[in-house]
Design a protein around this ligand. Sequence first.
Ligand SMILES: NC(=O)c1ccc[n+]([C@@H]2O[C@H](COP(=O)([O-])OP(=O)(O)OC[C@H]3O[C@@H](n4cnc5c(N)ncnc54)[C@H](O)[C@@H]3O)[C@@H](O)[C@H]2O)c1
Length: 397
Amino acid sequence: MNRAFSTISYHRNSHNIIIRNYCTTTSTTMMFSRNTLFAAAAALVCGASSSSAFAPNNSVGKAISRSASTVVQQQSQSRQYSSTKLQMAGPAQVDLTGKVAFVAGVADSSGYGWAIARALASAGATIIVGTWPPVLKIFQSGLKKGSFDEDSTLPDGSKMVIEKVYPLDAVFDTADDVPEEIRNNKRYAGLDGYTIEEVAKAVEADYGKIDILVHSLANGPEVTKPLLETSRKGYLAASSASAYSAVSLLQKFGPIMNPGSNMLSLTYIASEKVIPGYGGGMSSAKAQLESDTRTLAFEAGRKWNIRVNTISAGPLKSRAASAIGKEPGQKTFIEYAIDYSNANAPLAQDLYNDDVGNSALFLCSGLARTVTGVTLYVDNGLHAMGMALDSESMKDA
Ligand SMILES: NC(=O)c1ccc[n+]([C@@H]2O[C@H](COP(=O)([O-])OP(=O)(O)OC[C@H]3O[C@@H](n4cnc5c(N)ncnc54)[C@H](O)[C@@H]3O)[C@@H](O)[C@H]2O)c1
């Protein structure tokens, strides 16, 4: 029987992908154009041997590039188990030097937006953020006082620099959308230009084009109410702030994003599985966000060559999450969700905001240049479970 061990490596400049297929008797290296990768991968999965459609030629010992319609293989005599690791054509480091990342939804260091910003900064990206006006002052004064200094530390010991903080209210698309009651609200006093269109214009004036757009925000005024008790107003508000805001961000920022750039948002498993306590239409909004990710990936891919992905993140005790279902003396929704995950997820380990930051770094980098329209679960695998290990009814299992 032919057992195959496969490795895939990507050559940045050649636009070709090398698959090494290590069989028990021979080792073959094949270089494919992107168009034929799937056919080749399918053949490998089906156990294609060196006598299959990918028959070796006489070129031994080095990879040879091929035209789109032919496959060139290499053959060596020895079995090389040590080569079954992923082999990168160059260093696997991500370098985002010279790239500008706009992260919408950062107001402290506890959440996913902050961790994503830090991960992108660690790779050299310039970080600018959009902050909701009601929490802008407290965030700016925290930055000034150094409250986030410790959480700004990058792996090389330097500190993340947030170059600019833009006031952003993602429920308003244009200046005309802002109602009188908001203009006169004291939490918005002295501010203007915080609608999505205005912020995109301000970013363009300051930076020209950007490369990474992160949507890390959500809001549902009736989140504690079951769907059966949610008002139309509450439901639509959740959808507006948590789902349409992502559509609008891409509409307005797309034209100022470089080709090859990308957008990333954050979603939650409540979009597809029932999570009691995550109400008020928030589960519906996350379902919209995931569906829109696919449609936007298609539309923005074709229109601007921009990738669009979302991360379905596990529970984190961020500021926003801590506000859900907060009764004095009782565990909060997010505390239950974290305990449940620890008890039932395939990986019984803590999940940190940096775990999502690191996955975001991959998705926002050139390493993921062909990845678009995906919902990537970063949740210790909880999404895969169909039965709760710590259920009462499982106690004798
Ligand atoms: N914390 C979790 O357990 C968890 C799990 C999965 C997904 N997520 C998602 O991650 C994203 C970030 O949330 P987080 O939990 O890290 O909390 P967070 O508090 O760090 O981020 C939420 C941000 O949204 C901002 N915001 C609210 N309304 C806004 C508006 N109208 N305009 C602009 N900004 C607004 C808040 O000011 C806050 O900064 C959200 O999309 C959330 O649904 C969180």
